[in-house]
Design a protein around this ligand. Structure first.
Ligand code: GCV
Length: 728
């Protein structure tokens, strides 16, 4: 039997991690390897178990995706087991890892896996411990090569998290077919709301330069099941649709293809005018329709598996069909017709708000889209992409009412991985609990299969990426956890945040139980901490103007529904936006019994109180405390939780590598300073309306309200941090 030994060095060259070409276990912890570090298993008993269970790898790498699976397994197993694993054509011993599909592996074709493979479907996989040709073996099997790759990553994850392999029996299939990253990357290399450096896409050197980083990006995405990437900003530039750019896009698509990742682009609605030379972009104009059809043909000639278009139209100044008195459906359907012959999709965003300031901005999407849905106005290959909440990625919002109101049109949920409103690169905020909250919310609309939770009514997740060209990809170690969590939830939206956090910590930081438990606890507490020190009790959009970093509850002027005062409605009587029938009546967009629950002061959860109600400063809440006291308590709880996170992290100094320990410690220091900044600036501002005193012992603000109002962040649009200014 011929055995091929794949040396570590050649794997490192062929796999892109590659940039540093270094052995696991000795790397400077600069974050480049993400959760794919493959450090040798620490626990000696587990290491012994794994070494006995995996002594050779049987896998035939004919196709690029199988080669990717082979490369990953060899890289991962060599690192995790601390010794090279030989690759064989067929099982030669006990302790064989057999990997493939019934079509490319005779050993797998002979196994009784038909029922499990049916359950796994086109992208899923089966992992089992069972005898193969009389040998003790572990099998990773799938119907398609991409399922094999996902299965390989899953097996590696089991080893990375030091899970037992005995009696392995896993069948896993993704809940959604669409698991997409949305990059808000501009063609000039900047990233809108990006806090991790410039764009990954180096357009100037494409298509000739195949940056190794593109492959590592694809590996990271495939490891968490992401299967599509929208390369460009929704505030789109039509130049990306010109031949000069399409060859570059095609080059990226070639790198991503083996990893199961399709490429999508944003389509600027006015492209027929800007790059097509037409006098109009009217979606009912025959010349415009012909132009888009020809453009789609051209794109598919260059990129045969192109995924489709994402479109932001008639929102925040972007062009759209309403410029021609046509509906969103007219616009979406025109693009859908152009893409349909190629099986492409249109993701039409519901984040619309018109140039006329509406009575309540959060109501506009339902008002625009529900009537179109009722008329079944959209083509079958159109999805409506709605943000998780009706406003804009706030620390807490109720779920978007559209998820209960669109009965006929398929929906995508857009989540923001980049933390525009949640402390950007520096604050440690783990977003899985926020996403879990909305995915599990009950819409009270019976969806397919009788499901009424939000999760049951959508076809996929689109995550606004937090990835840039910083060495650590995401601008901070803990921001990587949000990219990871997004992928894991897109595969399995019912995965608990705690499980996601635990696996990320084990893969990224340490399997030491003395590290895992406290760090998971920090992560799980972090989102509520941010809600508390930024926008407690249902407040929203209280961030500084423009860059959205730091507090600005006083922001006014300009377009009303982009200001803080529009959303907080603070006055001498109280605080909060009345969205009950006595106010904007936005509660009517939710289905019964939710609309009644949200309208009733006694039935609404306090954490959404000021989203739906204007509450008097001295009114009693269910806690027995007055609004004023309750607000103060929440701001203080936010600061206290960050301090607890600091203490917890400081206690880990001896257990975490110095690089990451000090980086995270520094960011937590910033976060504590800025949590106080949020608390003090907000409380002083509310106090200028309530005229109520701070209770005895309440931590006094360091500065006056005027001082906070005049505070200007350094003019760095990417990282507008104010700590240097605040603490000279
Ligand atoms: C890409 C918010 C952000 C904008 C973003 C917009 C959108 O308004 O601040 O930067 O634009 O949402 O989602 O389209």
């Amino acid at each position: 039997m011929k055995i091929r030994w794949v040396g570590l060095a050649s794997v490192l060259v062929s796999c892109g991690l590659l940039a540093g070409a270094r052995e696991p276990n000795h790397a400077p912890e600069d974050g480049y390897e993400l959760w794919l570090r493959y450090a040798r298993v620490d626990d000696t008993a587990r290491l012994g178990e794994y070494r006995a269970a995996i002594r050779e790898l049987v896998l035939t790498p004919r196709e690029p995706t199988m080669q990717a699976a082979r490369d990953e397994l060899v890289l991962g197993l060599n690192g995790l087991l601390g010794r090279p694993v030989p690759v064989a054509d067929a099982p030669t011993r006990d302790g064989t890892l057999v990997v493939g599909t019934p079509a490319n592996s005779p050993a797998i074709a002979a196994l009784p896996l038909a029922a499990a493979l049916r359950e796994a479907g086109p992208e899923g996989f089966v992992i089992r411990a069972l005898p193969v040709r009389g040998r003790h073996a572990i099998v990773v099997a799938a119907n398609r090569d991409i399922g094999v790759l996902y299965g390989a990553f899953h097996l590696l994850r089991l080893l990375q998290t030091e899970a037992p392999l005995a009696a392995l029996d896993v069948v896993s299939a993704p809940r959604y077919g669409l698991r997409l990253l949305n990059h808000w990357d501009n063609l000039n290399g900047t990233v809108e709301r990006g806090y991790a450096g410039a764009s990954l896409w180096e357009w100037a050197s494409l298509p000739d330069s195949g940056h190794t980083r593109y492959r590592d990006y694809a590996r990271a995405n495939a490891s968490i099941g992401i299967n599509g990437t929208v390369l460009t900003n929704v505030n789109a530039n039509s130049a990306v649709l010109t031949p000069a750019y399409l060859v570059k896009v095609a080059a990226l698509a070639r790198v991503f293809r083996p990893y199961g990742i399709k490429v999508y682009l944003t389509a600027r609605f006015s492209a027929p005018i800007e790059i097509g030379g037409l006098p109009t972009a009217d979606p009912l104009d025959a010349r415009v329709r012909a132009w888009w059809a020809a453009k789609a043909d051209e794109i598919y000639r260059a990129i045969p598996d192109f995924g489709g278009f994402v479109v932001k139209a008639n929102s925040e100044g972007q062009p759209g069909p309403q410029d021609y008195h046509r509906s969103h459906a007219d616009g979406a359907n025109m693009l859908a017709d152009a893409l349909a012959p190629h099986r492409g999709m249109v993701m039409w965003r519901a984040f619309v708000y018109s140039n006329a300031v509406p009575s309540d901005r959060v109501m506009q999407a339902v008002d625009e889209f529900e009537p179109l849905d009722a008329r079944r106005a959209f083509r079958a290959n159109v999805l409506i992409q709605a943000k998780n909440g009706p406003l804009d990625f706030q620390p807490r919002e109720p779920f978007h009412p559209l998820f209960g109101r669109m009965a006929r049109t398929p929906l995508l949920m857009e989540l923001q991985i980049t933390k525009e409103y949640l402390g950007q690169d520096t604050h440690l905020v783990f977003l899985a609990p926020l996403w879990e909250e909305v995915l599990r919310a009950d819409t009270y609309a019976r969806g397919p299969g009788g499901r009424s939770d939000v999760e049951g009514r959508i076809r996929g997740l689109a995550g606004v990426a937090n990835v840039g060209n910083d060495r650590d990809w995401c601008g901070s170690d803990f921001n990587q956890a949000n990219w990871y969590a997004f992928g894991r939830l897109a595969w399995d939206p019912m995965l608990p945040s705690a499980a996601i956090a635990e696996s990320w910590v084990r893969m990224t930081l340490s399997n030491d139980p003395q590290v895992v438990a406290p760090v998971v606890a920090m992560m799980l507490a972090s989102r509520e901490a941010a809600v508390n020190y930024m926008t407690p009790l249902g407040l929203a959009h209280q961030m500084a103007r423009g860059h959205h970093y730091g507090p600005g509850p006083w922001v006014t002027g300009g377009r009303a529904d982009q200001t803080s005062v529009y959303f907080n409605r603070a006055d001498s009587i109280g605080l909060g936006f009345d969205r009950t029938p006595t106010g904007s009546n936005a509660v009517r967009q939710y289905l019964s019994p939710l609309r009644e629950r949200f309208a009733g002061r006694d039935s609404l959860p306090d954490n959404l109180l000021l989203w739906f109600h204007h509450v008097g400063w001295s009114e009693h809440l269910r806690s027995g405390r007055r609004l004023w006291e309750e607000l103060l308590a929440h701001y203080q709880a936010g600061v206290d939780t960050v301090r607890w996170m600091q203490r917890t992290w400081n206690g880990l100094e001896a257990r975490v590598d110095a690089d990451r320990f000090h980086r995270v410690q520094g960011f937590l220091r910033i976060q504590e300073t800025e949590a106080r900044w949020w608390r003090d600036a907000s409380v002083l501002y509310w106090q200028s309306f309530s005229h109520l005193p701070l209770p005895p012992g309440y931590e006094a603000s360091a500065h006056s309200l005027d001082w906070y109002r005049q505070l200007r962040c350094p003019p760095d649009p990417r990282k507008p941090r104010c700590d240097a200014v605040m603490e000279p």
